[in-house]
Design a protein around this ligand. Structure first.
Ligand code: SAM
Length: 269
């Protein structure tokens, strides 16, 4: 049975509040996800929160009651909180009325399968990272590799922007050298993206296993990493903007590879 909690000083409420910071997430070993739909989709992937909180009003909805019952059966502790406490936890006005704290998961390079992967070198903006996870999910890409010093993929902003795709897309955190060594063994070609590239983005052969490598929002890819790519490509631009947003350029790249593969069903084999 869900427990009603009214005090912000309650230990479980304090844990949920701590998930807004990287330190809090690290100490608790949890990330915060918001919204009934997103949490249902996570459950479809077999992911249940350790701790969940709902408002009294949300519990009036049959779909939420069913979800809470299933979550409790899966071992989730469920709290009933006031909208005010939910707002304090999510640091948002009009907070979602269902939230959950999940164990984050990282994958190893050797677990990555499929013929389309994205690597992000030193991505700093959690909104970009979450948006890229969502696009990867949409096109059936089979993983995202974070190299170098990246923002926290489990921050509230990244999870929010991913719209649940954080639970669907295998995520690896490593250094570029480790990715480069693995991809040679795994037979992946690396298509790096750069404003300094001479080749157009739709020119390289994408029939085999491909890793699309994207650079940092401010500085792009460092020269040694550009040099390690099999191809370096540039998305044409003709207006005054000197570059595209990272998440937008990743979408252009992903959709172009998929288009050139005839919008075929993803190969996760
Ligand atoms: N000042 C940076 C530079 O000189 O590389 C710009 C970085 S850009 C905002 C961030 C990343 O988005 C780039 O590293 C690249 O991966 C991708 N990107 C943005 N516009 C692009 C374009 N027109 N062609 C290829 N990649 C692009």
């Amino acid at each position: 049975m869900p427990e009603t909690i009214t005090s912000a000083a309650n230990a479980a409420v304090k844990t949920l509040r701590s998930l807004a910071t990287k330190k809090g997430r690290k100490e608790a070993g949890l990330l915060l996800a918001e919204g009934e739909r997103l949490m249902r989709e996570a459950a479809e992937l077999g992911r249940w929160p350790q701790l969940a909180a709902v408002s009294e009003a949300a519990l009036g909805r049959p779909s939420v009651r069913d979800f809470v019952r299933a979550a409790e059966n899966a071992g989730t502790r469920v709290l009933i909180l006031s909208p005010r406490l939910l707002e304090q936890i999510t640091r948002r006005d009009n907070a979602q009325s269902v939230i959950g704290a999940y164990r984050p998961r990282l994958a190893e390079l050797t677990e990555l399968t499929g013929d389309l992967l994205v690597a992000l070198h030193e991505v700093r903006d959690p909104g970009n990272l979450g948006t890229i996870l969502r696009t990867c999910d949409a096109v059936g890409a089979s993983g995202v590799v974070l190299t170098g010093e990246c923002c926290d993929p489990f921050s509230v902003e990244a999870v929010r922007a991913s719209m649940g795709s954080i639970f669907a897309i295998p995520l690896v955190q490593t250094q570029f050298q480790a990715l480069d060594a693995w991809r040679k063994r795994a037979g992946c070609s690396v298509i790096g993206t750069s404003l300094r590239a001479a080749q157009r983005h739709d020119e390289p052969d994408v029939s085999g296993r491909v890793i699309l490598l994207m650079g940092n929002e401010q500085s792009g890819l460092p020269p040694d990493i550009e040099a390690a790519c099999d191809h370096l490509v540039r998305i044409p631009m003709r207006g005054r903007a000197d570059s595209l947003n990272l998440a937008v350029s990743t979408s252009v790249m992903l959709y172009d590879v998929w288009r050139r593969r005839g919008f075929a069903k993803p190969n996760h084999a």
